[in-house]
Design a protein around this ligand. Structure first.
Ligand SMILES: *Cc1c(COP(=O)(O)O)cnc(C)c1O
Length: 456
């Protein structure tokens, strides 16, 4: 049989072509500008041809016209949002998984389902959560928050005598309590779960962006409290232990969104603010941010797995009941085995490696804050984890120009931000590949941009 006749050999050949091109891309990244070149994107945009083109030509076009239009988030000089990179073992695992093309369910992918199960167990242990906890992999924290908000909603409604199957139709009112600095995606998750975002009881934050416990309204068993581990500007965590005291007494459901910040619990030096984390009813953490698993990979974890299963199970008549399925916890039915990449990421790091990664991010964030303050910038918060909000003592509006100059230089990338009414920019250290040298280059680029703008 010739190569062209055997479909799987053809697939293997295209696969190697894609992998070779990807490897060449990765090798070029450390010296390439971080920003994307978007001049040639139209080369990707045309009417779908009547007759398809050969796969090697498809890949060549994708590479030639697509690669320059990527932002080098995979390399160590990207400090925008909280993106993270992809650990080598996790990228390699994704390559294998692409070949396997498994659907993450017991009848369709026994080995990947096992890896996901084990990865969840490892994460629960690493983060010191309740040993009763179980959970599921999702596309990200947004969907993980949604799955758990749906669970919390159903639990609090059934406590009011309103059965799960009725949903929100004819339901008694629930209450949602969250801080003024709750992540924007949680509002979306609330809307998607039918809880809405307009009637949230907002709690003011302190000077680090943490929920003020003394301002939390009186709670009851109709309430869902949304705490955050990892403020996107300051990295600070809400005081979970004190919030848990109030929730336990009142019968409120405590949910913790720790998309990137929950990982702080994996290292002694950063874990302190997360005391009492295990007392929450549910938690969200991303694998694709701090842990550096490839996109997209979030995790929903619940201390009451039977409740999560009652809300999330598919229960289709054609599925055998005896066959526990990850889809009984996850929002999706058919999905990729993203948790197997997390299994590979964790295994390649080991427990010490996860702690080292977290500490390295923290150490770099502290270094950035110190050095930037040394050259006249202002960091109006303590460095709790990996996030640093930076502004100027006067003329804060120049921060946007400084960000743009650094972005355009290709030396690094980070975004403008506003925090507590101040204009500035935000640096996130979340890529496993970031080195001391990358931090040197970022500081040098910021110093240069600042003098260009302010000494002009
Ligand atoms: C990033 C983030 C989210 C949303 O996560 P996705 O994985 O992008 O869906 C939610 N909450 C916090 C605190 C985040 O940092």
């Amino acid at each position: 049989m010739t190569l062209n006749q055997d479909p799987l050999l053809r697939q293997a050949k295209a696969y190697i072509d894609g992998a070779d091109r990807g490897a060449a891309y990765l090798r070029s990244l450390s010296e390439r500008p971080v920003h994307a070149s978007t001049h040639d994107l139209n080369a990707l945009d045309f009417a779908l041809p009547k007759i398809g083109i050969a796969e090697e030509s498809v890949l060549a076009l994708l590479d030639q016209a697509g690669s320059p239009g990527t932002i080098a988030t995979a390399a160590g000089r990207y400090f925008g949002y909280v993106i993270g990179g992809a650990l080598p073992a996790a990228s390699g695992a994704r390559a294998m998984l692409t070949a396997w093309d498994q659907v993450a369910d017991a009848p369709t992918g026994p080995s990947v389902v096992k890896m996901e199960e084990v990865a969840l167990r490892w994460i629960i242990k690493l983060l010191g959560l309740s040993s009763q906890a179980e959970g599921a992999f999702t596309s990200g924290a947004t969907m993980a928050n949604m799955a758990l908000l749906a669970t919390a909603r159903d639990v609090q409604l059934s406590r009011q005598g309103h059965s799960r199957g009725k949903g929100l139709i004819g339901a008694p009112p629930l209450r949602v309590v969250a801080s003024d600095e709750i992540h924007a995606t949680v509002l979306k998750s609330l809307r998607m779960t039918g809880l809405g975002s307009d009637s949230i009881e907002r709690v003011p934050v302190d000077d680090q962006g943490r929920m003020r416990v003394d301002c939390i309204p009186k709670l009851d068993d109709r309430t869902i409290v949304l705490a955050q581990a990892g403020n996107v500007c300051t990295g600070a965590s809400d005081p979970i232990n004190e919030i848990a005291d109030l929730c336990e007494t009142a019968g409120a459901w405590l949910h913790v969104d720790g998309a990137f910040g929950l990982w702080a619990r994996a290292a002694n030096e950063t874990a302190r603010p997360l005391i009492g984390l295990e007392r929450a009813d549910s938690w969200v953490v991303d694998a694709h941010k701090t842990l550096n698993a490839p996109y997209d990979s979030g995790i929903a974890l619940c201390r009451h797995p039977e409740e999560m299963r009652a809300t999330m199970a598919i229960g289709a008549a054609y599925l055998p009941d005896t066959n526990p399925s990850p889809a009984d916890m996850a929002p999706e039915f058919s999905r990729s085995a993203r948790g197997a990449e997390t299994w590979a990421a964790l295994l390649s790091l080991g427990r010490d490696g996860v702690a080292d990664l977290v500490l390295r991010f923290h150490r770099y964030a502290k270094r950035l804050a110190k050095e930037l303050q040394g050259i006249g910038f202002v960091v109006p918060h303590d460095v709790h984890f990996n996030q640093v909000f930076v502004t100027l003592p006067t003329h804060e509006e120049h921060c946007a120009d400084i960000a743009r100059i650094v972005q355009d230089s290709g030396e690094a990338w980070f975004g403008e931000a506003r925090w507590r009414g101040r204009a500035g920019f935000r640096l996130s250290v979340s890529n496993w590949a970031t080195s001391d040298h990358d931090i040197d280059r970022l500081v040098a680029a910021l110093k240069k941009a600042k003098s260009t703008v302010l000494d002009a």
